[in-house]
Design a protein around this ligand. Structure first.
Ligand code: ZN
Ligand code: ZN
Length: 780
């Protein structure tokens, strides 16, 4: 590790010494980064701020706003579309609340009639409710209302006719407000601001859907004579103006110069030691990140350090909280009650109670999923433990931002899981620190997403050729396909939706594709939940252990004709993971680049997948204790892939024997899938891959990495654009791993369709070196 600068010795580094040196864990700390504090910069309230608004914020302790809040509010007031992209707890809400509240106030008629209106859109209902509560507590004379699935008929009527500031979510826009726009004509016609909060949540297929919902909203507003100003708020992301522009289809200005203060933050990168047992194919495995995190959380609670541990799964949250409580009991009987679990799905009262307990110090440690990011307000935490990389650098900084609000010092610890991405990151701090955070990746032009929204738009108002510009370059082609399929009908005044059912039913904006499968409790027939059609074979097959809201269920039967799976409660003591066989055929190459004799391509493919068996893994630990065959049909998926080919003579020259090629290509494929999230905002479960020593379409050694969603989600394309960086990181991960023949930290994959066999770690390195010999050298 890098020794900390003695001049920067601080509360956090002293604490880290206690966690490492004092307990013989020095070797687990792979890097310590000390991030300099930032001074506060404030500015005067804009001249147009209504005095009651200024007084309301002053009562909340805001005497003068930060500079970025004023910059954003002034731009919005002037009608400029903008995105505020600054850190956690930097006061993004005030930046949009100020102009929005001022607009409602300024435009109100003499007798209090509604003038200007504001629409606030949050990714979840809970977050919109929190925003509503925060606005209401300002005590201003503004007519606020939430509009969501919980609203009664009377509430909806009142909202439509009287509310000035409406808080909702994209699902409600898509299914209710836009299809019923005629009832909302007065509200929409006076719309001055549309606030899109937590905009970084709109990525992948969901991002593409929401971008089309926003286009439909703009189109309907134009019909009623309004052209609202869009104000977006986002975590720090790269090129926020590009992402916000893609989301809204408008030119958007980015405001990123954060004027809020920050204390010194120490970020520790942490790698758990090897476990005493061996993994698949006898590979060495590291201690589970959750077990390691429970140790750290225990030590921090004993030291009285208020700590939040972010864990990726609900089961992981329970496990960390339970293990920590057990360890604390060994120290002192009074301590176990100082730690709790937060899984999401809590009622507002329950969340408020947790916040109070933490604030008062009755609770010192809290294990939580990142659901907590939405709708909990905790200030004054001392430390954050992240159990596994949270998926993006943007999310990492956001979670870290939970510690040390205001000018306090803070500690963050990132505990690596045993996979290629986390391992790479804790050994390459330069890939985390000082790097721009990722852009949010999504593709509004995906025809599988656009099609249903064009139908919905046609039902709202007939489509005309003038809409082509609004909906993007693929509109005319998709519209023609929909017309040929009989979904739209061409008439002199445009294209019409003529079906009786609501067109918005064609698009499930939260689903990744395929018609969903309902999960039913066997004994009672009660609906427990649903699973996306595309994932049902892998997660709801007979014998699958399924986690739902922290409860463990086992699947008895999956009926694909009726789209139902039957489940019963119970934890057999193991988890399951499906094995899938995949093949790919190339439909069309869109683009390619030559890397010397090798070739890198981006294009459309058809992926054929079949779930053939599942593995049982004991938990905790994950040892494989059995495999059961399954009889499920093949599925095909048309999507986008990035692929690379290496000619035989190059393979031969590199010294790779023909017998070793399949294992080398397979190992390179696995590791590259694990590392794609380094350049694209995806999860390794959002993508898939296939490798073959001789592919029928290319006649060469070919490795494919494809999007897991119909029509693609933009991830494979990001991989193509950043291929040199991505594949170099893949090569380095393999070269640097200390295992002998491949392990979960480098080339083994938990979702391999072929039992991680054959895998040739050394061969993969040779192969990637040969491929990268002629790759462009510059870093992105
Ligand atoms: Zn390894
Ligand atoms: Zn595999």
């Amino acid at each position: 590790m890098t020794p900390p600068d003695p001049h920067l010795h601080s509360w956090a580094t002293g604490l880290l010494d206690d966690l490492t040196v004092a307990r013989g864990r020095d070797d687990r700390l792979t890097h310590l980064e000390l991030l300099a504090p930032r001074a506060a910069r404030s500015a005067a309230w804009p001249a147009w701020t209504p005095p009651p608004v200024r007084e309301a914020f002053a009562r909340r302790g805001v005497e003068r706003p930060w500079t970025h809040q004023v910059e954003a509010a002034e731009a919005a007031w002037a009608g400029e579309h903008l995105v505020v992209s600054t850190g956690t707890a930097s006061g993004k809400s005030l930046a949009f609340q100020l102009p929005a509240l001022a607009a409602a106030d300024a435009a109100r008629g003499e007798r209090g009639q509604r003038g200007a209106t504001v629409l606030y859109v949050a990714p979840t209902k809970a977050l919109a409710h929190d925003q509503w509560a925060s606005l209401r507590s300002l005590g201003l004379d503004v007519r606020l209302s939430t509009h969501d699935g919980d609203s009664t008929r009377e509430e909806r009527d009142w909202t439509r006719d009287h509310a000035e500031y409406v808080l909702t979510n994209p699902d409600m826009l898509h299914r209710s407000l836009l299809p019923g726009h005629a009832h909302w004509s007065r509200f929409l016609g006076s719309l001055q601001f549309v606030v899109v909060d937590e905009a970084h949540h709109y990525r992948g297929v969901f991002g593409a859907h929401v971008s089309q919902v926003i286009r439909r909203l703009r189109r309907v507003c134009a019909r009623y004579g309004s052209a609202p100003t869009f104000v977006l708020a986002s975590a720090t992301i790269s090129e926020p103006e590009v992402t916000a522009g893609r989301l809204t289809g408008l030119p958007v200005r980015a405001i990123t110069d954060d004027g809020s203060p920050r204390g010194q933050v120490a970020l520790a990168l942490w790698e758990p030691p090897f476990a005493s047992y061996l993994g698949e194919n006898g590979a060495p495995v590291r201690r589970a990140a959750t077990s390691e995190a429970a140790d750290l959380l225990t030590d921090l609670v004993v030291a009285g350090v208020r700590t939040l541990a972010f864990v990726r799964s609900r089961r992981g949250v329970e496990q960390v909280a339970r293990t920590t409580a057990e360890l604390l009991a060994e120290v002192d009987d009074s301590l176990p009650g100082k730690v709790a679990a937060y899984r999401g799905g809590y009622l507002p009262e329950e969340r408020r109670e947790l916040e109070d307990l933490l604030r008062r110090g009755d609770l010192i440690g809290l294990a939580a999923t990142n659901a907590l990011e939405l709708g909990i307000d905790i200030s004054g935490l001392d430390a954050v433990v992240m159990v596994g990389f949270p998926g993006t650098r943007a999310a990492l900084w956001q979670q870290l931002g939970r510690a040390g609000r205001g000018a306090q010092d803070a500690l963050g610890v990132l505990v690596a899981r045993d996979d290629p991405l986390d391992t790479y990151l804790v050994h390459h701090p330069e890939s985390l620190i000082g790097q721009p955070v990722e852009a949010s990746v999504f593709d509004p032009d995906n025809p599988y997403v656009l099609g249903p929204h064009l139908c919905a738009a046609a039902q709202e108002l007939p489509l005309t050729a003038a809409d082509d510009r609004l909906f993007g370059p693929t509109t005319a082609a998709v519209r023609d396909q929909l017309t040929a399929a009989g979904l739209l009908r061409r008439r002199p005044h445009g294209w019409f939706w003529t079906d009786r059912r609501p067109a918005s039913e064609l698009a499930d904006i939260r689903s990744a594709g395929g018609s969903p499968v309902q999960l039913l409790e066997s004994a009672t027939g009660r609906v427990v939940g649903t699973v996306d059609g595309g994932r049902s074979h892998g997660t709801a097959h007979p014998g699958a252990v399924y986690l739902h809201r922290g409860e463990t269920w086992q699947v008895n039967d999956l009926d694909l004709d009726d789209r139902v799976a039957l489940l019963e409660r119970g934890d057999p003591g193991w988890s399951t993971s499906a094995r899938e066989i995949t093949s790919v055929s190339i439909l069309a190459e869109r683009e390619h680049a030559r890397w010397g004799p090798c070739r890198l391509s981006l294009g459309d493919v058809e992926v054929t997948q079949q779930v053939v068996s599942y593995l049982k893994r004991r938990h905790p630990g994950g040892e494989v204790i059995g495999e059961e065959p399954l009889d499920l049909p093949e599925r095909t998926l048309r999507t986008v892939a990035v692929w690379w080919t290496v000619p035989d003579d190059v393979v031969e020259e590199a010294g790779l024997a023909a017998a070793d090629v399949p294992g080398a290509a397979h190992a390179a494929e696995h590791c590259s899938i694990g590392l794609l999230p380094l350049v694209a905002t995806c999860d390794r479960w959002d993508i898939g891959g296939v490798s073959t020593a001789l592919h029928p379409d290319t006649g060469l050694l070919t490795v494919f990495v494809h999007d897991g969603h119909p029509g693609g989600a933009g991830f494979a394309e990001r991989g193509y654009r950043a291929a040199a960086d991505w594949l170099r990181a893949t090569r380095d991960t393999i070269a640097d791993c200390t295992c002998a023949e491949g392990c979960p930290s480098c080339v083994q994959s938990p979702k391999c369709g072929n039992q991680n066999h054959p895998l040739d770690k050394g061969g993969a390195r040779v192969l990637l070196d040969a491929l990268l010999a002629h790759a462009p050298g510059s870093r992105e």
